[in-house]
Design a binder for this molecule. Sequence first.
Ligand SMILES: Cc1cc2nc3c(=O)[nH]c(=O)nc-3n(C[C@H](O)[C@H](O)[C@H](O)COP(=O)(O)OP(=O)(O)OC[C@H]3O[C@@H](n4cnc5c(N)ncnc54)[C@H](O)[C@@H]3O)c2cc1C
Ligand code: SF4
Ligand code: SF4
Ligand code: SF4
Length: 368
Amino acid sequence: MEQNNQEKGKVAVIGTPCHMIAAAKMDTFSDYLGKSPLDIKIGLFCMENFSYSYMKQLLEKYDADMKDVIECRVEKNYFWFYLTEDRLVKIPLKEAKSCMRKNCQVCMDLTSELSDISVGSVGSPKQWSTVIIRTEKGLELLKNAENDNYLKTKPLTESGLKIIEKLATKKKKENKEEIKKREKVGRPVLYTRQISKDEFQEEVQGCQFIDLKSDVIDVGTCVLCGACVLACPENIVSIEDRKPQLKGKCPEDCNLCYVTCPRTYIPEEILSADSSKKPLGDYLKIVSAQAPMIKGQDGGVATALLNYALTQKMVEEVIIVDKNKAHPWKPEAKLTNNVADVLSASGTKYAACPVFEPLKSLKDSKEE
Ligand SMILES: Cc1cc2nc3c(=O)[nH]c(=O)nc-3n(C[C@H](O)[C@H](O)[C@H](O)COP(=O)(O)OP(=O)(O)OC[C@H]3O[C@@H](n4cnc5c(N)ncnc54)[C@H](O)[C@@H]3O)c2cc1C
Ligand code: SF4
Ligand code: SF4
Ligand code: SF4
């Protein structure tokens, strides 16, 4: 079914829950930040994320090299690395947690509550994905993709739903404790403070990169999403040594990086006070789904949805996260209109990825 509703410049993005918060801020503050091209937001479930270099070192302790890894999975309290020559390295999650990124300890969202459609593994059988549909746009995307045989769905079992709710509640509860601990010792976690849009305006006024550094980067809440790189009109922010860095002087009245960051303040219009009480956030429908033609991390559903959106010209391009060629399993975000790229990016890379960085080229080309 050809939809022919392509609007030039529309983009679909896939990412973790923290990426979806940044995307929601881009929508809400488009008056300041400029119109966001992000039209379809596909969020992943995410309990935690890891530092690529620490993971690499940990694997070396087990006499294994990232370049030999064929598949990674987090399951049953282990990190499973499937390697060439039928080798399997199983690392207890407790041990792997030493590689967890600090920012993930204060994250309250398991299921990408601000996406159009969320996809995860927990709750569904092997080789199926759990799909939470949150908006009418997400509902239409899933319905049309199913009608056109890109994927199939079935009801999520009650026990599946309970498992997801239990995990999401655990994440919110445990990380709330960590947030309280950090706040007590003067390490703010600004994004969880409840403020109105007017208060937001006051708080962010006059805040520049120097404040982003002290309020987010230096206190260990930066999720490394790349939204600050994208927002900067002066092109003086880049990610180096796994941190956003400033290379220049900010004009006096600019605060765009601070406004867009998912770890500075978030007004309640975006993240309501209720969100900490609802384990999975608001949603319309929840199902299990599978795209049998795709070899994905779980049901291949994330890839099938991106593929469908691109093929049906619902968007012009998609942002995907592939593996870096020089550093195997290091995630690398790409903006593409090529279905082959989407297919080759299937599978989870368990490390942080600045997914918004590639949008910079799109923005720059529009400004020329
Ligand atoms: C860091 C991380 C932690 C996760 N933790 C959980 C969890 O605790 N519980 C759970 O149920 N599910 C978790 N997931 C989601 C799960 O691993 C699968 O991605 C999801 O079930 C979709 O499976 P699929 O077969 O439909 O995806 P596929 O069709 O295989 O597509 C995967 C898509 O994910 C994108 N992607 C891969 N790595 C990244 C990345 N680092 N950042 C952003 N996008 C990426 C790729 O571009 C690809 O389009 C996690 C995912 C990530 C990235
Ligand atoms: S902050 Fe960490 S745990 Fe939370 S969504 Fe981002 S990567 Fe996942
Ligand atoms: S110019 Fe603006 S967006 Fe860029 S770093 Fe400075 S304050 Fe941030
Ligand atoms: S500082 Fe930049 S990279 Fe880090 S979370 Fe904020 S916007 Fe994302």
